[in-house]
Design a protein. Structure first.
Length: 356
């Protein structure tokens, strides 16, 4: 028996959910966002690292590996990436954030697609065009085997279905950012209009919609959070028009995305604080602190810093390493735990200290 896909349901795209179940989740998401707003106001940290991590993680979900330093330089120094895949990924997110307060349109979506496929080997006629008849697969391009979990809208219907999606996107009520984010993503990925890049564009549309609903340009570490639980992320495409359980399953990932954004902002702010103390630190100390911050941005530094690790990073002897570490502790840059061989030093950042 041939499988029936969601877009073939007679009531598609009229999604629905149980408000009694979803409202507390919507409220919890708003609480997380309010906390992030307070942090941003207090720390005045920039979003360069958040944008970098989001762009890299967004591509990584689909097995596209970007040069993180090149992406970061495009925001910090306004240096355009050399490689086309980095250029396209950066421009895609810039377009989403620059247009969050404007109506979504066919032209914008097709322009996004042209950017993300810069330098690709796809036929020219399929770049910046709806093609239809596409497949959603689980796993990244790095995996040996794909599993087809969904087939998108047929070629003859794809333009009309995208028109419906755009109309819904532009008319969806701003008081329901979480519902809109989940529903919009399921809706768009169900159509799956492009030959490639649907996921990357779709996740940028989530960001675009959230910024619109929240009323401000607020980059979030969405893909970084999705990457922590790809099973739940892919499972959202398995359900029907009733999105209640899907929203329940995705809610923790959206809340975690806000927390991840906060953690990245803490690291960014801490780097600024350390830079302001540069006159009190030697080159070795600055090198190690900045490297630890980079490790935390990219997934964490297991086990904490100790004398032996410090020596390996800097090439100095035992006593000098101990003196450097003790100075960092005295300056409040690092926090010391344990004793003797169990002594460890940790960056003095709230979310890291709380986890000790």
């Amino acid at each position: 028996m041939m499988k029936t896909y969601l877009w073939q349901e007679p009531d598609f795209p009229y999604f629905y959910h149980n408000p009694a179940v979803v409202k507390p989740l919507e409220d919890a998401f708003r609480v997380e966002v309010a906390g992030l707003d307070r942090m941003q106001a207090q720390q005045n940290a920039g979003f360069e690292d958040v944008l970098t991590e989001e762009i890299v993680a967004n591509s990584e979900i689909e097995g596209v590996i970007l040069d993180r330093d090149s992406v970061h330089s495009s925001f910090v120094s306004n240096i355009s990436p050399v490689e086309e895949k980095e250029q396209g990924a950066v421009t895609l997110t810039r377009m989403a954030l620059a247009n969050y307060d404007k109506p979504l349109s066919h032209d914008l979506l097709l322009s996004m697609h042209r950017e993300i496929l810069k330098g690709s080997k796809f036929p020219d006629e399929s770049i910046g065009a709806y093609v239809g008849d596409m497949k959603i697969v689980s796993g990244s391009r790095l995996d040996r085997e794909y599993q087809v979990i969904h087939e998108g809208v047929s070629k003859d219907l794809v333009h009309d279905k995208m028109t419906e999606f755009i109309e819904w996107f532009n008319q969806s009520p701003s008081e329901s950012p979480l519902v809109n984010a989940v529903q919009g993503h399921v809706h768009f990925e169900t159509i799956h209009p492009f030959c490639d890049g649907n996921g990357r564009i779709g996740r940028n549309l989530i960001l675009m919609g959230l910024c619109r609903d929240l009323g401000r340009n607020t980059p979030l570490a969405l893909s970084r959070s999705f990457n922590t639980d790809l099973k739940s992320y892919y499972r959202q495409f398995d359900g029907g028009l009733d999105l209640t359980h899907t929203i329940q399953a995705m809610s923790p990932l959206f809340q975690n995305a806000v927390r991840e954004t906060g953690r990245i902002l803490e690291l960014t702010s801490f780097r600024t604080v350390v830079a302001d103390q540069a006159d009190s630190l030697n080159e070795r100390q600055l090198k190690v602190i900045n490297r630890l911050i980079d490790y935390e941005l990219r997934g964490g530094f297991d086990g904490g810093m100790n004398n032996t690790k410090y020596q390996k990073m800097t090439g100095i002897g035992d006593r000098t390493a101990l003196r450097d570490l003790n100075e960092l502790q005295e300056l409040g840059v690092m926090v010391k735990t344990g004793q003797l061989k169990g002594t460890r030093y940790h960056l003095n950042i709230p979310h890291l200290i709380e986890s000790l």
